[in-house]
Ligand binder design. Structure first.
Ligand SMILES: Nc1ncnc2c1ncn2[C@@H]1O[C@H](COP(=O)(O)OP(=O)(O)O)[C@@H](O)[C@H]1O
Ligand SMILES: [Mg+2]
Length: 235
C-alpha cells in the first residue's frame, strides 16, 4: 500500500495565553494512494482545520505533513504553491468561481497557475467540462449557471490538471439532494478514472458510506477510523 498523505503528530493551536485554543491535538493518520476518505464529526471538531493543514493551506503548530513523499514544512512558499498547483485541488462549499468569467476562463485558471503550456490548455479545459457534463456551457458566464452547474464547474476546475489528490470540504452542503447525489457520483467516478485520492469532509452519512475509509473527529482528535489505521495519543 502506497501512502499519499501522512499526517504525523500534528497539533494546531489558535490564539495565545488565555485565548489559546487547540483545534487539533496530536493527530496522526495515513491515507493510501487512490483511496476514498470521509472526514466526519460535529461542527467545530476540527475537520476543516485538518484538511487545510493536510493540503498545505495552513501550517501545523507542531508535527508534520508528508504528501507523496515530500514534507510540506520544508517547502518555501513559492515551492508550496507550485506543488499544490501540480498535485492537489480543492472543492469548497462556497464555490469560489469567478461569476463574471466564462466556464472556459474559470476552468483554465489552474492551468495558468501550474504554467501548463498555452497550446495544451484548450483541450484540457474541454475534457474537464465534458467530464462534468458542461461542454455546451463552455462560453457561458458562470453567473448564469444553476447551483448544481456551478458546483460541477468547480469540479471541472478541480480536475482539469489531473490532480493526485482532491480535497472537498462539504461539497454538497448547499445543494438540493438530487444535485448533491450527482456531484458525489461524479467525485467517485473521478476517483476511479483518474486514480486520484479523494478526501471529503462531510455531514452526509451517505457520502461517508460511499468512502472506503472513514475518519471520525471529536474535539480536535481522531476518535475512530474505519479502513485505515490511526494512532491516538490522548490528552
Ligand atoms: N482562525 C481561527 N482562529 C481561532 N479559532 C479557529 C480558527 N479556525 C478554526 N478555529 C476553531 O477551531 C475549531 C475547529 O474548527 P474547524 O476545523 O473549522 O471545525 P469543523 O470543520 O469540524 O467544523 C472550532 O472551534 C473553530 O472555532
Ligand atoms: Mg468545516
Amino acid at each position: 500500500m502506497v501512502i499519499m498523505i501522512k499526517v504525523d503528530n500534528v497539533t494546531k493551536t489558535y490564539g495565545k495565553g488565555e485565548n489559546l485554543f487547540t483545534a487539533l491535538y496530536k493527530v496522526s493518520l495515513e491515507i493510501p494512494t487512490a483511496s476514498t476518505n470521509a472526514i466526519v464529526g460535529k461542527s467545530g471538531s476540527g475537520k476543516s482545520t485538518l484538511m487545510h493543514i493536510m493540503s498545505g493551506l495552513d501550517h501545523p503548530s507542531s508535527g508534520e505533513v508528508i504528501i507523496d513523499g515530500k514534507a510540506l514544512g520544508e517547502f518555501k512558499p513559492k515551492q508550496m504553491d507550485a506543488f499544490r498547483a501540480e498535485e492537489m485541488s480543492f472543492i469548497f462549499q462556497a464555490f469560489f468561481i469567478e461569476a463574471n468569467q466564462t466556464c472556459y476562463q474559470n476552468v483554465m485558471l489552474p492551468l495558468e497557475i501550474a504554467r501548463v503550456p498555452k497550446r495544451d490548455r484548450a483541450k484540457k479545459v474541454k475534457a474537464a467540462l465534458t467530464a462534468v457534463g458542461l461542454e455546451d456551457k463552455i462560453d457561458s458566464l458562470a453567473n448564469n449557471l444553476s447551483g448544481g452547474q456551478k458546483q460541477r464547474l468547480a469540479i471541472a476546475r478541480a480536475i482539469v490538471n489531473k490532480p493526485k489528490i482532491i480535497f472537498a470540504d462539504e461539497p454538497t452542503g448547499n445543494l438540493d439532494s438530487a444535485t448533491g447525489e450527482m456531484i458525489i457520483k461524479l467525485l467517485f467516478d473521478l476517483n476511479k478514472k483518474l486514480k486520484c485520492t479523494l478526501v471529503v469532509v462531510t455531514h452526509d452519512p451517505e457520502i461517508a458510506e460511499h468512502c472506503k475509509n472513514k475518519i471520525e473527529m471529536k474535539d480536535g482528535e481522531i476518535i475512530s477510523t474505519t479502513g485505515i489505521k490511526h494512532k491516538r495519543l490522548g490528552k
